[in-house]
Write a protein that binds this ligand. Structure first.
Ligand code: NYM
Length: 210
């Protein structure tokens, strides 16, 4: 049996990832390709979820407890890692709404050093493909709901975008124009995801290295 394929969506807040991860997951299941959706942070994860949710909704400043919060976001991924690996091994595709690339980029934007930001990700599964939702900070700042959570500030999002660009030369990094309509973006996502599923399931899964 071929393994499942691990597809990650990344990008700024309000860039459309959540809508599109849901649409892709529904589509893949509708054509008989078993797929589960995993959001990060997973606020329902019992150990780290409540603390992360409390930070996002109630922190007085973005940088509050930045090192500790960084480790909590990473721990949230580690607590979900076994489940993701088991699903992939059983032939189920995993679509993730954010992953390590948000972990590194958001914390770097708060001033956490690069080595500290990257090291808790070492050993986690590397996705087969990352769909990077490319949109400007000024655009997301105008979208509905922006500003509800502590990190939703236009200047901070611009820094996150800059820090995320460090991944642009990775072979798995695939930009998607997120300025288009929901249906247009979904069509692009479908094409890229189906191609990844056709090719990646034959390749071994890899992990993040130091
Ligand atoms: N975020 C997300 C981080 O700061 N570090 C991480 O490791 C992850 C996965 O959480 N502003 C930030 C990005 C978002 C916030 O995410 C909540 P979402 O997708 O809005 O639930």
């Amino acid at each position: 049996m071929p393994r499942g394929v691990f597809i990650v969506f990344e990008g700024l807040d309000r860039s459309g990832k959540t809508t599109q991860t849901e649409k892709l997951t529904d589509y893949l299941n509708s054509i008989g390709k078993k797929t589960i959706l995993q959001r990060f942070p997973d606020r329902a994860e019992p150990v780290t979820g409540p603390a992360i949710n409390n930070y996002l909704l109630n922190a007085k400043s973005i940088g509050e407890q930045k090192e500790g919060m960084h480790l909590l976001f990473a721990a949230n991924r580690w607590f979900l890692a076994e489940g993701i690996e088991a699903a992939l091994a059983a032939g189920t595709n995993v679509v993730a709404d954010r992953y390590s690339f948000s972990g590194v980029s958001y914390s770097l934007s708060k001033g956490v050093p690069q080595a500290f930001a990257a090291s808790p990700e070492i050993g986690l599964l590397r996705p087969d493909i990352v769909l990077f939702f490319d949109v400007d900070a000024a655009t997301v700042a105008q979208r509905g709901g922006f500003g509800d959570e502590v990190m939703e500030k236009a200047e901070f999002q611009a820094l996150v975008k800059q820090n995320m660009s460090q991944f642009a030369d990775k072979d798995f990094w695939t930009p998607i124009d997120a300025n288009k309509t929901i249906d247009e973006v979904h069509e692009n996502v479908k094409i890229i995801a189906e191609k990844a599923i056709a090719t990646a399931s034959e390749l071994p899964l890899r992990r993040f290295e130091p």
